[in-house]
Design a protein around this ligand. Structure first.
Ligand code: NDP
Length: 491
């Protein structure tokens, strides 16, 4: 079993709570890691290490090229160990091995490489103000960043923020989820091996309470990045209010796939299935609401349900599997309760929604599809974070738009129509940060990724990340000949 400890000031150290937690392999229910639980005192030690590294260590004083050297070294080490990291991430999260190996891990490598170079292009400007003076702007790091990340894709999600925070010159305290801590812990070993100065990145392991709570309440944190559910995100924001602390929130979603009557049905079907079920349906952008115009609704839902019945649920290491297990017994239980509640609220379960008959161990569940979902029901409004889909019939395009936007979330979505101009016009009216037009939304690190409404505040990717992790300072420089008025001198 892997022993997961903290990484503070360049050293691997155990947290105060001796009993700790266990991280299970969701496919086998075996314990794969014993996780230390950090107390508020451990969190304080991590914050103080980051504070010292920022206030008096070399990191913020290095040139961006020097910091980029470290980011490239992290990327190279991660790439050298990609197969091992991918295996651990699959065992820790239950995500398909091929997705970890070909998707999440290469993305994490790319994030360090991308920000190493993007940081060099993120500079200020000189703004002439008449003949009198120049204003010079330049980005300044903010200090100690607290980064709290979820269990779905721990390395891919953490690395975007880690890389951006670091290249900008900040020092970091990172708290991964207790449910999938292994690869982030191994990242600590890489930091030590490549000689990252002590205290620049500190990793505190443990549960949301006490560890995450202690971190967001800590007075010596300068900025926060929280990626997780909307409920916890609200608590993060409440604490940030007391200190007016800059906060980037990447929260939940209930994203629509909108299929208009003139869509290419084969393409839309493939797209709707990918949006609904990739990453086991446990992804913030999951297309969990499918809205179809009435003229094609019956045919589309019949074909969607048929295809869903054929989805292969199984061992994430089996290349044929399309959906692996849910992250935990508790999460699957919550989903089963949501499925039960949806039926009681009048929705019609058309397939799935049960534990597969063959399942003796592992947190597997059959993907579920509902029709006749009331737009005000919990199934329509709450994020379930798993392969549970609600299908809705829209009377026409205007009704489809109304349904698409009828949610407190606004993270992602897609729209399908053979008329590209119509689809584009529809997409622009969707209240969602990331929209696919005749494609599922495909993420790119150069572009901003953020949500409308309760899906978050701010965006990650490209210069949007760097703007979060810096404050632009403006320097005012007079030109020769510029004379100040002389107060107190007789004219
Ligand atoms: P949670 O909100 O439960 O947890 C996220 C992180 O916060 C974890 O590290 C968790 O620790 C920690 N945490 C929990 N409670 C507290 C607290 N009171 N104070 C401080 N930290 C706390 O989300 P999940 O891990 O379940 O992740 C799924 C959610 O994340 C979904 O809503 C999904 O949509 C969202 N998400 C959003 C993304 C985006 O970019 N918009 C990307 C990926 C996911 P622990 O797990 O140890 O309890």
């Amino acid at each position: 079993m892997i022993e997961i400890v903290n990484f503070i000031n360049g050293e691997h150290v155990r947290g105060a709570e001796s009993e700790g937690l266990f991280s299970l392999n969701p496919a086998t229910e075996e314990r794969i890691a014993h996780v230390t639980v950090s107390s508020p005192a451990d969190v304080d030690a991590a914050v103080q290490a980051a504070r010292a590294a920022y206030d008096s260590g070399p990191w913020p004083r290095l040139s961006v090229e020097e910091r980029a050297y470290y980011l490239h070294a992290i990327a190279d080490a991660l790439e050298d160990n990609l197969a091992l990291f991918a295996q651990y991430e699959c065992e820790d999260t239950g995500f398909l091995a091929k997705m970890c190996r070909d998707g999440h891990l290469p993305r994490a490598v790319e994030h360090f490489r991308f920000f190493a170079e993007e940081g060099k292009r993120f500079f200020g400007s000189a703004i002439p103000v008449g003949d009198a003076y120049f204003n010079l702007t330049h980005p300044v790091p903010l200090g100690v960043a607290a980064i709290i990340t979820p269990w779905n894709g721990p390395l891919a999600v953490s690395s975007i923020n880690l890389a951006a925070a670091l290249i900008a010159g900040n020092c970091v305290v990172l708290k991964p989820s207790e449910m999938a801590p292994v690869t982030i812990s191994l990242l600590g070993q890489i930091f030590a091996e490549i000689g990252l100065p002590p205290g620049v990145v500190n990793i505190v392991q443990g549960a949301g309470s006490p560890t995450g709570q202690a971190l967001i309440r800590h007075p010596d944190i300068d900025l926060v990045c929280f990626i997780g559910g909307t409920q916890v995100g609200k608590a993060v924001l409440r604490h940030a209010a007391d200190t007016v602390r800059r906060s980037l929130l990447e929260l939940g979603g209930k994203s629509p796939t909108v299929v208009l009557a003139d869509a290419d049905l084969d393409a839309a079907l493939d797209g709707a299935l990918v949006s609904a079920f990739s990453s086991n349906g446990q992804v913030c952008t999951a297309g969990s609401r499918i809205i179809v115009e009435r003229a094609i609704a019956e045919e589309f839902s019949r074909r969607f349900i048929e295809r869903t019945r054929q989805i292969r649920v199984g061992d994430p290491f089996d290349a044929r599997s399309e959906i692996g297990p849910m992250i935990s017994a508790g999460h699957r239980e919550q989903m089963l309760r949501a499925i039960d509640a949806a039926q009681r609220q009048g929705a019609r379960l058309r397939t799935g929604g049960a534990i597969p008959a063959w399942c003796e161990r592992g947190f597997y569940i059959e993907p579920a599809v509902f029709t006749d979902v009331h737009p005000r029901s919990d199934l329509a409004r709450q994020e379930i974070f798993g392969p549970v889909i609600g299908m809705f019939t829209a009377e026409d395009e205007a009704d489809a738009l109304r349904l698409a936007n009828d949610t407190c979330f606004g993270l992602a979505g897609s729209v399908w129509s053979r008329d590209q101009s119509r689809a584009l016009a529809f997409a622009k009216k969707m209240q969602a940060g990331n929209v696919g037009v005749n494609t599922p939304y495909i993420r790119d690190i150069r572009c901003p990724f953020g949500g409308f409404k309760q899906s978050g505040i701010g965006a990650v990717g490209g210069r949007w990340s760097l703007e979060h992790y810096t404050q632009t300072q403006t320097l005012c420089v007079p030109l020769s000949g510029y004379a100040l008025p002389k107060y107190g001198v007789e004219p």
